[in-house]
Design a binder for this molecule. Structure first.
Ligand SMILES: [Zn+2]
Length: 103
């Protein structure tokens, strides 16, 4: 039997770091939106920041998520988004089923 600590967070997320000690991309991506909103615990933010620096696919997703956030903010003040950004948003919507413009 190992004497490993099992820390349970009161979140609806799964553990960011798996039992193998690896950071799981899926878990990082689940938190990306929260991360952008700066609502994550500091420890999680650090882990995600480190992971994004080392993991290109996740960094890509992070960029898209951030672009969506920015677009949503812009829409709120009535500015037009550039077409490339709009296309990326549509792509995200298609992939995640989320509609960032319906909030
Ligand atoms: Zn990753």
């Amino acid at each position: 039997m190992s004497a490993e600590e099992h820390v349970e967070h009161e979140q609806h997320f799964h553990a960011l770091v798996g039992e193998d000690g690896e950071v799981h991309c899926a878990e990082v991506l689940e938190r990306v939106n929260v991360f952008i909103d700066h609502e994550l615990a500091d420890a999680d933010s650090d882990t995600i920041r480190e992971h994004l620096a080392a993991c290109e696919p996740c960094l890509d997703q992070f960029d898209v998520a951030e672009a969506v956030k920015r677009l949503v903010r812009r829409c709120c003040v009535g500015e037009q988004a550039p077409d490339t950004l709009r296309l990326r948003v549509l792509q995200v919507v298609a992939e995640t089923g989320e509609d960032p413009l319906r909030r």
